[in-house]
Design a protein around this ligand. Structure first.
Ligand SMILES: NC(=O)c1ccc[n+]([C@@H]2O[C@H](COP(=O)([O-])OP(=O)(O)OC[C@H]3O[C@@H](n4cnc5c(N)ncnc54)[C@H](O)[C@@H]3O)[C@@H](O)[C@H]2O)c1
Ligand SMILES: O=C(O)[C@H]1O[C@H](OP(=O)(O)OP(=O)(O)OC[C@H]2O[C@@H](n3ccc(=O)[nH]c3=O)[C@H](O)[C@@H]2O)[C@H](O)[C@@H](O)[C@@H]1O
Length: 346
């Protein structure tokens, strides 16, 4: 029975989880575990699929509307007998028999979620309701990839899971920040009211190969700019901080959370904190020392600081990140060089 790690109240859920579908034991299902990954064609999702597919007892289904993801991220699995890809928008219901749901579908880059804020909040609210309804129907355990943005522009630093946040309810980021907060609320309400098995990860800034090259996030922007010989655009003031987790560490944390027995929310991120100016200097040193750095205008409500307290992840999941920023950036540079056709430096 899951125990709630949130806010320190470790009370055991009173209601039993819904009885799994009798189909689960049907002779038609050869694999032992059927896993749905919403948003599996995206950056983190496709790396998660790679890891899940390594286990021959797993059958993976991806549902994705390709708003920001790409089939290209999954090309090695298309046609594989234990893999299925469905073009589906989760704001519409989906009926599939599964045992676990990794619910990642949501545009993550601020540029994309600000491009269509109504669609973003629909995905977070209606999409999460549809996935919770599916989980209840088939008795599946469901994991939500929430975000450090639920802390908003945090007044507590580093951020612990007990911190309720400092979020603008009507700003240009609210479709994402409040959308994810509502998604967390829905997860806990289905858990308390229907006994659903839930897991909530609060993901902090994650980077690595397969990020969209022009999706506007800082690590992908700086690496693409350096490789293209463009100046690095540090958005003012440049002293704002982020903490960057390499994607393989992130995937390991998500799987440990799903397989563990804590509901979360649990912060998953790398506590290595850097200012945007420090990040720019590291990318400059790594890729092109001659490149210039320019300070450009920022966007409203940009959080000034962000660093996860990962005590819970360490204690409850036995997880902590292994790859430092200086180890991870070259791996991402190699991927971007390949995709941009920029040869390795002599
Ligand atoms: N990457 C990060 O730094 C970060 C940080 C915190 C939280 N997260 C969360 O992790 C998840 C994955 O993030 P990512 O960086 O891989 O982003 P991404 O944009 O690469 O992937 C999101 C995927 O969801 C799909 N999608 C979006 N809306 C959909 C809809 N309505 N129906 C079906 N599919 C839809 C997209 O096409 C894409 O494939 C997201 O939920 C995001 O909020 C990411
Ligand atoms: O980790 C998180 O929870 C969040 O991290 C990122 O959100 P954000 O931190 O705003 O990501 P970026 O767009 O990469 O911005 C990070 C910082 O870099 C700055 N930045 C961005 C882009 C750029 O070219 N230059 C630059 O200085 C921004 O102003 C901001 O201060 C992701 O985009 C969110 O999906 C995610 O939920």
């Amino acid at each position: 029975m899951a125990t709630e790690a949130a806010n320190g109240n470790n009370h055991v859920v009173v209601k039993k989880p819904p009885t799994p579908s009798p189909l689960r034991n049907s002779k038609f299902f050869q694999s032992n575990l059927r896993i749905l990954v919403t948003g599996g064609a995206g950056f983190i999702g496709s790396h998660l699929v790679d890891k899940l597919m390594e286990n021959e007892k797993n059958e993976v289904i991806v549902a994705d509307n390709f708003f920001t993801g790409s089939k290209d991220n999954l090309k090695k699995w298309i046609g594989h007998p234990r893999f299925e890809l469905i073009r589906h928008d989760i704001t519409e219901p989906l009926l599939v028999e599964v045992d676990q749901i990794y619910h990642l579908a949501c545009p993550a880059s601020p540029i994309f979620y600000k491009h269509n804020p109504v669609k973003t909040i629909k995905t977070n609210v209606m999409g999460t309701m549809n996935m919770l309804g599916l989980a209840k129907r088939v008795g599946a355990r469901i994991l939500l990839t929430s975000t450090s943005e639920v802390y908003g522009d945090p007044l507590e630093h580093p951020q612990k899971e007990e911190y309720w946040g400092n979020v603008n309810p009507i700003g240009v980021r609210s479709c994402y920040d409040e959308g994810k907060r509502v998604a967390e609320t829905l997860m806990f309400d289905y858990h308390r009211q229907h006994g659903l098995e839930i897991r909530i990860a609060r993901i902090f800034n994650t980077y690595g190969p397969r990020m969209n090259i022009d999706d506007g996030r800082v690590v992908s922007n700086f690496i693409a700019q350096a490789l293209r010989g463009e100046s690095l655009t540090v958005q003012a003031p440049g002293t704002q901080t982020r903490s960057f987790c390499y994607v393989s560490d992130m995937v390991d944390g998500l799987i440990r959370l799903m397989e563990g027995d804590n509901t979360g929310p649990i912060n998953i991120g790398n506590p290595g904190e850097f200012t945007m100016m420090e990040l720019a200097e590291i990318v400059k040193e790594l890729i092109k020392p001659s490149i210039s750095i320019e300070i450009v205008e920022n966007t409203p409500d940009d959080p000034r600081q962000r660093k996860p307290d990962i005590t819970k992840a360490k204690q409850l999941l036995g997880w902590e990140p292994k790859i430092t920023l200086r180890q991870g950036l070259p791996l991402m540079e190699e991927d971007f060089r390949l995709r941009l056709g920029v040869p390795k430096k002599a």
